[in-house]
Design a protein around this ligand. Structure first.
Ligand code: ADP
Ligand code: VHF
Length: 373
């Protein structure tokens, strides 16, 4: 075991599954939720940033509607989720308020994260919430998803959120102590995996589906989520949500449950992803000051842009070119080409008066920039 791995994490995504949140289907488990809020407050006091991904809306809605059996019809599940999400939000809000923490409800779909512009919007909202000291509480937006765009489970959503906010750790809390060599509900000889590399093929063979009718994903989606989180450099821990002080202990580097280790660092992984996925749709011609700023590892501000070529939307990939015409960097722009033309050469303090609004003070944030050569 490598105790320092999760201990180095400054930003964590914690996912709690339906089986846990709803106390095996008997309504929301207020005591457990209160306990996680307390643990997250401890992490915040240590200067760590936490995003919570919580399931449980459907199960909570079923209880509020007096349904004892989970419906099969998608529209009924969606209705139950809409009712139950109110309950979840209420309970989390009051649990965190006891520790002086504000919460924010964020409902996402797969589509939101596949679309570059909405991806950037979700990313800036979440990072702003974290900077404000708020705890974002995320669930799938069950009201609008259809089969094709459904995450199918919140483990995948947790991994996508870890990618989105470049978390160093994804903590998946469930009703089992971790990943076993086989489903422990079915195989009494199954043993706990302490640590493995995320993405190892043998893990997928060990993991089965959900053990109860309450959860949806089971262990297989957790193993796949770890593989996905590892792509942006996040390690994944799978552990029991009932283990005392599980979050602060994991975040201090203690070996609890299963640790699935990522091979790369978050920022390096994100830049690799950017390098592999960028299709350039425009060009920004920089002045000498901006060239120097980028070479020093800083963000690109509108003031350093002399001219703009091409038509593009917010979130598009553009080339950053020196006054001599040499491609210096590539990155994702925060403003569309029409807006960039208006703010080029101007100070970031003028963006709001020119455009009528401000997204970010940077035209391209350094995290979204890759220097070439
Ligand atoms: N290899 C395995 N190790 C541990 N649990 C497993 C494994 N394979 C399948 N499971 C089942 O996965 C369940 C957890 O998934 P799920 O019910 O979807 O929970 P959650 O709501 O927390 O996502 C466990 O209760 C267990 O029965
Ligand atoms: N988004 C839905 C379902 C998500 C779900 O079941 O996920 P999980 O129990 O974590 O496998 C809800 O809140 O009920």
């Amino acid at each position: 075991m490598t105790p320092t791995r999760l201990a180095a994490s400054r930003r964590l995504v914690v996912k709690v599954g339906s089986a846990l949140v709803t106390n095996n289907g008997t309504g929301l488990d207020l005591a457990a939720i209160g306990e996680w809020a307390r643990q997250i407050a401890v992490l915040r006091k240590q200067g760590k940033e936490v995003v919570l991904v919580s399931s449980g809306a459907i199960a909570c809605g079923m209880q509020r509607l007096g349904w004892s059996k989970r419906p099969h019809a998608v529209h009924e599940l969606q209705a139950a989720a809409a009712v139950g999400q109110m309950g979840l939000a209420q309970v989390y809000e009051s649990a965190f308020a006891k520790h002086g923490l504000a919460t924010a409800q964020v409902l996402l779909t797969h589509d939101d994260l596949a679309d570059r512009k909405r991806y950037l919007n979700a990313r800036s909202t979440l990072t702003t919430l974290l900077q404000l000291g708020v705890v974002p509480i995320i669930n799938e937006n069950d009201t609008v998803v259809t089969d094709e765009i459904k995450f199918g489970d919140n483990d995948t959503l947790g991994a996508l959120v870890a990618n989105l906010v470049e978390a160093e750790a994804l903590i998946i809390l469930t009703d089992q102590p971790g990943l076993y060599t086989a489903d422990p509900r079915k195989d009494p000889n199954a043993t706990l995996i302490g640590e493995a590399a995320a993405g190892e093929a043998r893990l997928e063979a060990m993991a089965g589906g959900a053990g109860t009718s309450i959860g949806k994903g089971g262990m297989i989606t957790k193993v796949l989520a770890a593989k996905r989180a590892a792509r942006s450099g996040a390690h994944t821990a799978i552990a029991s949500g009932r283990e005392p002080d599980v979050m602060p202990r994991l975040a201090a580097g203690e070996a609890i449950g299963t640790l699935l280790v990522a091979g790369t660092q978050p920022l390096a992984a994100r830049k690799q992803w950017l390098a592999d996925h960028l299709q350039l749709v425009g060009k920004l011609i920089l002045d000498a000051g901006a060239v120097k700023a980028l070479r020093d590892g800083r963000s690109l501000l509108p003031v350093g842009v002399k001219s703009v070529e091409g038509e593009f939307e917010r979130g598009a990939a553009v080339a950053c070119v020196t006054p001599e015409g040499q491609e210096l960097a590539r990155g994702l722009t925060n403003y569309a080409s029409s807006e960039t033309r208006l703010i080029a050469g101007r100070s970031s303090g003028d963006i709001e008066s020119i455009l009528g609004y401000i997204d970010e003070p940077e035209l391209i944030h350094r995290d979204n920039l890759i220097l070439l050569g």
